[in-house]
Design a protein around this ligand. Sequence first.
Ligand code: C2E
Ligand code: MG
Ligand code: MG
Length: 747
Amino acid sequence: MKRSINASTSNSGDGKDMDSTTSEFARMNSEHSASTDKLLHELQVHQIELEMQNEELLRVNAALEESQRRYLDLYEFASVGYITLTQTALISEISLNGATLLGSERQKLQRCAFAEFVSPPERDSWRRLFLDVLQNGGKRSFELTLQRRDGSKIAVRLNCMRMEQDQEILGLRVGMIDITDLADLRRVVADTKVAAIVFESQQAMMITDNKSIILRVNSAFTKITGYAENEAIGKPVALLKSGYHDVEFYANMWKDIDSKGSWQGEIWNRRKSGDIYPALVTITAVKSNDGTVTHYVGTNIDITERKEAEARIENLAFYDPLTGLPNRRLLLDRLQQALSSSDRSGRIGALMFIDLDEFKVINDTLGHDFGDQLLKSVAERLSDCVREGDTVARLSGDEFVVILENLSESEHESATDAKRIGEKILSSLGQSYHLDGYTRHASASIGVALFSGHKSIIKDLLKRADLAMYEAKASGRNALRFFDPEMQAIVLARAEMENSLRMGILKNEFVLYFQPQISGNTHLIGSEALVRWNHPSLGLILPHDFIPLAEQTGLILPLGLWILQAACAQLTTWALSTKTASLSMAVNVSARQFYQPNFVNQVMAVLESSGANPSKLKLELTEGVMLTNVEETISKMQILQELGVRFSLDDFGIGYSSLSFLKRLPLNQLKIDRSFVRNVLTDPDDSAIAKMVINLARELNLEIIAEGVETEAQRNFLAQCGCFDYQGFLFAPALPSVEFAQMTSRI
Ligand code: C2E
Ligand code: MG
Ligand code: MG
């Protein structure tokens, strides 16, 4: 405000009528008084100006204070929290709100590391950001999760700026805004997106109200059920009901949903097309805060394929894939059931073991495809021979089993029934098979064991039927045999024999005999080593009584090795004398022995350790050996042949070898089986076979020897046919080595 200045003036008059001094004084006085006034006036003016300036200063000061207060309020209470950080990221200053955001009192925050408030997984990012702004300047915005000392978390956005003065870096100023709500919002949006994607998943989904009226479905629902969205919405869930489950099923399901909040299980549903399909269903109740159900969410997976796969797996586990018959596993199960049922009913049942005769030969000569087809036909014929409730199973290879249930209460009648059915089976399987353009005959051997309830044990039962089957085979095949207790005695004896065979090998109770092989009339060319068992109590046992058992039990492996060693040792001894040095040694080799993976090495090792001449060793194989695995046979023979070892085909004529097959084998000799030699003079068939074998050997450029020559007449006949090498009682039986040595010294 401007003040008006009223200058006060004094009017002193002119003063001409006074003396001059007086007037001068007066003049001077008057002049003086005029300048004082002026001065006074000026002073007054200055004072006024000063006052005005002072007022202005006060006013500005007040305004400044006001602005400072405003700034302070703003700094302290703004929704942004302000923090000043030192170069080492320690808090040097923080606004009140900043402290609130960090969840701590301001004074406790002084010199605290800011990183301490950053949630541990984000601390590294924070440190990188801090250093980046500190080193490179500029402004940076960044989102972080803070973790307060009480453990609570908030999401914040930090705006950071480097603080500097006179080119010196002081630290960072940080503005911090709480964006927790925003982060929550973002999460909700993301969750919603996820939920939407989940809803459109591969499984059918539907949302219903609490009255089970469909409100929403997804596209998989349409795909699986066939109902479009508009066809389903507004309809009750019962739309999918197949009618397959009863009221109780659904009642139980709802009971679960009510009590546990959800239910999962398999339901047969119906598609729009009317098809019924199995579905894995989950129903979950959605409840409001007060616990009342507002909606149900149902998911529905079509498990048709899974069910089919399960069925396939079950099929594989319990059924033979080739014939579709129950396999061993299911057979054992059925047998157990049959035993229980027989126990309850008191009726007797029968277990039949059926084994095809010569199946192996058919399989090997006509091929596995043919063999498979034959097995399928056999399976069909077997199923046709039995009643609906009876079981036909395939045990393995060409072994089948039939369970006949509920025959009769009388053992005699049951046996008669089983025999009748067994014979029907034999006759049916004996009919010719027309497969793949071939017509082939086959026969089977059947063993039968009767069972009645708890008295039978599955394992024993199977053994009995198996045993009876072997009896049928032994009796000449295409036959049926019942198990009888005598067989059991044989089995026991066999077990005992096996045991003493094992002991015999350990105790070295075996000896080799040597049967001379003669060329022409008297010329000794070698011998066949034939093993004997010098049993401590039973005396000398011939191979026929223990070799088959040794083969079945695998004991032929240690025994065969011993035989080979003993034979080679004998060759080494013979090599020392001129009379015997040229003799060869034929050693019989069993299939099992030959097919040991290390057979070739074993022979080599024995030859080496004994020092025997390999070209004097002749291994006798049978056709059965060679048919098993032709390629392996040939390669094993070839390796040994390169060392000089020779091969003879034993028992030739009784097997099934074809000419082309024989041609492939690197053989040196054929040995005519003694069964033909025996009757060469009396049986035209046998003499024809003997002749044919001799011719065949000539054709194939093989040596030929006849075994079992007992008479001059047989020898003459064979010589006429062109066979000049012989082995047989005509010359000598198999002899112990001492006797053999005596014989050679006589020649
Ligand atoms: P194989 O290899 O065919 O042996 C010939 C069999 O005929 C011998 O019976 C022999 O004693 C017999 N034999 C020889 N000459 C005559 C004869 O003029 N008339 C008659 N009726 N028989 C004669 P063995 O020694 O009882 O051997 C029987 C079978 O046992 C052998 O038949 C062979 O398959 C097997 N075997 C014998 N020793 C061994 C062996 O060391 N290892 C193996 N794996 N099997 C052997
Ligand atoms: Mg032999
Ligand atoms: Mg023989």
